[in-house]
Design a binder for this molecule. Structure first.
Ligand code: AMP
Ligand code: ZN
Length: 117
């Protein structure tokens, strides 16, 4: 855990959040500034900075995140309608929070563009 990381603080319950699902490895909570009717962040419960920092010691947590998407989608009611998962990495990827996280978006027909200039 990184004591200066806002998402580690959410995992530890040190700052408020709207958690929709969690297990031993994964935490999922509503994004503070949603860009779609359903916008949930799904994160590993250990501090991994980004995809560049995934390795054989922590990949189990990342695998558990992959496994959790369908649970989170079901809870959010978008498992049948569909959804999109986005992971921003680094400066050019537009990553703001330096704790690996996946945006699960849905609740409407999303646009076809996944890249904005
Ligand atoms: P990214 O640009 O991929 O790093 O996304 C960071 C996301 O975290 C943004 O969509 C923010 O709205 C969201 N965010 C930042 N702080 C919080 C928070 N305390 N609770 C929930 N979502 C947050
Ligand atoms: Zn963290």
């Amino acid at each position: 855990m990184d004591e200066n990381c806002i998402f580690c603080k959410i995992i530890k319950g040190e700052i408020p959040s709207n958690i929709v699902y969690e297990n031993e490895y994964v935490c999922a909570f509503k994004d503070l500034n949603p860009v779609a009717p359903v916008h949930i962040l799904v994160i590993p419960k250990i501090h991994i900075q980004d995809l560049e920092h995934v390795n054989k010691e922590n990949v189990e947590y990342v695998a558990k995140v992959q496994e959790a998407f369908k649970e989170v989608a079901k809870i959010a009611g978008v498992n049948e309608s569909g959804y999109r998962v986005i992971c921003n990495c680094g400066k050019d990827g537009g990553q703001e929070v330096k704790h690996l996280h996946y945006h699960l978006l849905g609740g409407k027909k999303l646009g076809t563009k996944i890249i904005n200039d």
